[in-house]
Design a protein around this ligand. Sequence first.
Ligand code: DX5
Ligand code: ZN
Length: 218
Amino acid sequence: MACIVAPSLLAADFLNLEREIEMINRSEADWLHLDIMDGVFVPNISFGFPVIEQVAKICTKPMDAHFMIVEPQKYIPEVKSCGVFQMNVHYEACTHLHRTVWAIREAGMKAAVTLNPHTPVELLEDIIRDVNMVLLMSVNPGFGGQKFIENSLNKVRRLKDMIVCKNLDTLIEVDGGVNLETGKRLVDAGADVLVAGNAVFRAENPEQVIRDMKKLKN
Ligand code: DX5
Ligand code: ZN
């Protein structure tokens, strides 16, 4: 099965967002990854619901939304009404993660839990059965264009072992510094979904990069 490719809109040309989304629509990308930042959980602010609502009007790919915000549970109904199919919340931002995960699922979305680079995958032991996907950050969240943290490969392997041992079908998504080179090593380690911002949107031929990325796993 080919890997799932989710270009991150954060690296797009925001003055030409319509053109960028049309490129994604034409491409072989599977999902569109949206990064929402609040300036509290992470030291940056990106975009919020008014932008997502407009993007949703023209985007034909399922929207995978990554919330780098405190108290993400407050926004579950708005996220659902924007047409997002999967809501990623940070382990580090959710005091009552189990409740939040089930509120996301009960709202009719897929639920994913996201881990910062320093958070061990072993902490997922008692929540992994409740989530559809785990998003492993391979950079510290907040900015695109950062260097891939090598230890992420080790985390992907350990998480894959946990999923296989429990006989689950949980997806592993990786986000941050992913390009064709790091992407290849990640899929070999067990990653199912690759998020790529700069590697796609700043490429000379973004559609070709997406096509090549999809072929990393076969
Ligand atoms: C970082 C975001 C990423 C970011 C990835 O906090 O979660 O999705 O856009 O950008 P690249 O692929 O350029 O590292
Ligand atoms: Zn992201």
